[in-house]
Design a protein around this ligand. Sequence first.
Ligand SMILES: [Zn+2]
Length: 722
Amino acid sequence: MPISKNSLTLAEKRYYELMRFIFKIIFMNRREWIKNTSLVSGAIILSDLMFDGCSEHKDATWLVAARNGTFMDFVCLDDAAGNELVTNAIDWINSYVRQQTNREIAVHSAKKKLVAFYVGFGEEARKNLTDFQINDDPGSQGFVLKQVNIDGKKAMCCWSPTELGCRYGLIEFLRSLKTMDGDVVSDILHVVDAPRFPFRIHYVNSAEHLQNAYNPNFLFDVTDNRWNLDDWERYIDMISAYRYNYFEFWLPPSLFGRNNEKLSAEFVQTINHVIAYAKRRGVSVHPLVTINTFVAPDGEWSYACPNDPDEKKRILDGWDFWTKSIQGNDSWCIFPGDPGGCFRNGCTKETYIDLALELSTVIRKNNPKASVEVGTWGEPIFGWGIPCPPWWTRDSKLVGRSMEYLIRKLPEFPQGTFVSINREFSPDADSDIQSWAVGGGDGRPYARKAAELVPVLTWDFGVPEGENSVMPRCRVRRMIETRKKEQEVGCYSGGIIFTMAPQLQCLSAFCGGETWWNPDRNPEEILDDYGRWTFGESNEKIGRLLEEFEVIPDWGFVPPFPYSADRLRDSMNNLLHELGQLDVKHLPRLPLSADYASHVKALDYFATLFRDLAELSLQVDALNSAYQKTSLAGETKEKVSLADVQRILTAKPDFNGRGDLEAAAKKLADFDVKGMKTRYWNTVYGIYDHIPTPPEERKPHIIENVFDRRFHASLAEPTINH
Ligand SMILES: [Zn+2]
């Protein structure tokens, strides 16, 4: 049944068309936003690219939940009615409306003659929306949101060529909602939008050495950090709301080697559930397997050689088992190593590529539709043909030879193959970030060549967090800068946002999703949106306060702002105040991977820790300043510790400035540094009390990272009881 002919007035149509024309000329891409503040005044604001502060509108044009219980009904056209990608997004909209108004949206599966919000995908639905005049082509993951007038009342539609794009359109609508005077409103008039990067991967590594309270434990038969299916579903909901379309996970070598049949069987059951669930949320599950790495039950790591027939069989059997056991996923990532690879029996980097090609047929045999990602991690191709360490040799001939070979071989890989080539063959996007892994040189020429054959992604996992210590992360500025550099190369189709703490790093996941979708967004707006959509509309300031955690010089760290202990202490006090005002029964508008109350509690813990550490480091400075004013200054090393001062005070009963120094020492002794360290370890890494220590001893390194690199907390550890 047609919707009313009476949509926009002719003058409005001409005005919009003119604006769209100008806009297209300026930006020459598919992204197009047209928002207005008031249909009555006809005032139009064009594009969030051109204007900051669209969210500042005082008068919105579209009422979802109007006064006196009048509601805008939703109508799902054709296939949209039974499609969970669509209906689930409408459920999320409804959940927000319900929380704000105590009322429900009515959803119809068939057209009735009513002024409504029409939702549909595909050409049939477009035909049914003739009165909305959808002439835009948003691309396969893009969408059109459009508002028109019908008999003087506002009607709206969300359309995409695909169900996934339709879901993203509804999520965009959910993002646009505001509650004003008890009404839920949106200011969208006409939005055409699509992701800049088609592959947007959220990547979780839960290996032995990355166990923590916020990472799923599926490797150890202890109760710590075992995620139940609700945890997994909540995590998938979050990344799908953040518009990732891939969940990548590391299948650790010990699991790959089936050291514990019970755990392997449990994991297969769990991940197959996750795969099926994720599909219903528009997320494709992408297992990453190191091509030839095994861990024996005694913990010994080994790298099977494809040039040794028995060891080759082991590799093929492992891949056959897992690609048969894991069901329903659309793709597999073949990863060279780290650790892994082989240089025995004449193995070279080319051997890896040949082996990957052979394994792609094993993968296709067990799942004919699966596609394959060929990872080139390392300088590139980690561990193959060279003893490891050294990992990064910077041998440009070796790099060129192996990458040229890969590019020659790519056409032999099955349809749908894609490849990951880091921009600088470095773990951190920019090779000057890490001194120990300087990178293998310039990956861009190879990325461009490979992109003529298959989609090329990056695998720069140190950009969002790296593998060191766990604390709340926010590297939104660095993500934006990295995405822009990738856009400059002109051939990247996407990449990963890594985390080892998926139930803590919700903000980092959000920022990653935003920057893959549109790296031209302003970081402050992204942070404000996160605050608003997670903690509630009046709490947008929390987003920016969470960035204040980003102060520890750690793996992949680039300072987002100049650090000072005063700034950190004040920010953390503000954050604690804001967190203290929250209603923990609140439902975040966009789902979180963690239970909301637990997440707020975790943030509160870290904010308290960081405030105390900032205060502690100020007192360390005060102690040193008092010491410098004494007559002893210069007698000991540059920075004195509390223990040094306590020794001096015991040994020397009288010297100039003793009183002030003693007072400063007393203040510093109030901090229970050992207690802080113990509490941090138990809160985050308690699982290591119940499982074997990982191959490398991480505790001292992690503690040093969190407590000493920035805050010099060890200088506040007393040796004398006060
Ligand atoms: Zn070998």
